[in-house]
Ligand binder design. Sequence first.
Ligand code: NAP
Length: 310
Amino acid sequence: MTANILFAGHPDAWPAYEPLLKAELARLGVDSDLRNEFAPEEVDYIVYAPSGPVSDFTPFTRLKAVLSLWAGVEKIVPVVPAELPLTRMVDSGLEQGMTEWVVGHTLRYHLGMDAHILGQNGHWEPKAPPLAKDRSVTVLGLGALGTASAKALAVLGFQVSGWSRSQKDIAGITCHSGAEGLKAALAQAEIVILLLPDTPATENTLNAETLALLPKGARILNPGRGPLIDDDALLAALDSGQVGHDTLDVFRVEPLPPEHPYWAHPNVTVTPHIASETRESTAAEVIAENIRRTEAGEPLLHLVDRSLGY
Ligand code: NAP
């Protein structure tokens, strides 16, 4: 039977996705009809983003799965009926983009680029940075993006630790889990990178108590989600010098409101949620493969665990 697929991502993305998805579905031999408009009761699969046209799933009475174009699903989990399979986006383009953002901003801190490029004010003050092997970096979240980023940092020679819900064993990374593991992961962290999902269990992972565990002057990169950090606690830690500098890509409210203190703080860099984005060509492969799997009765890749919220 023909699988009817509704593209319900952002309307501007349809022209790019249509030929890529159609080609990939044909390559995989999936008998399908892909459109950006369908009578809801005829739809088998929704390719989904919250920025698209679908917010109410009740008219879609024969859906087999919802396939998210986004990696972070905190806005999607509450709206997709719990009994429907929901997959999130894991693809090589997202991993490569995030790895580049994390490595670039880590090297800015590690090499002291601001001091050497911007801050000399005509003074010749040679102070070489340590080697990466003498710099400790911690990645909170060792999923698709955290693991890819941690591995790239380890290749550069950094001492890399990571923390996740379940215990991992990754070559070259010191892996921690659980509440005690978080303390151990933070205690040595000169640079902390947040790549956790936004769930009730991860909210305010960095708070007054956990920020106090960091070595004084630690740097923080947050390309994960805004609610992972208690903003008031972070601003206090910046003002006391406990935290030396942050680079924040994600916020509780986006766009970050003009009056937010992060904009004006001298020790905060704001980037506008650009750390990594879903790339159409690699995303189309993942979506088409999951439709093929469902039609063939095989298990879906990258299923969201609805009880955990990621
Ligand atoms: P993922 O594969 O689901 O990995 C999530 C990691 O967080 C896993 O290691 C997981 O542990 C860990 N984790 C979850 N809950 C935890 C808890 N309560 N305590 C400790 N560890 C916990 O997700 P991903 O693909 O790497 O993406 C991570 C996040 O990046 C996304 O959720 C999204 O918010 C964000 N993101 C941002 C951008 C951007 O442009 N800024 C782009 C894409 C994604 P287990 O391994 O034990 O499950």
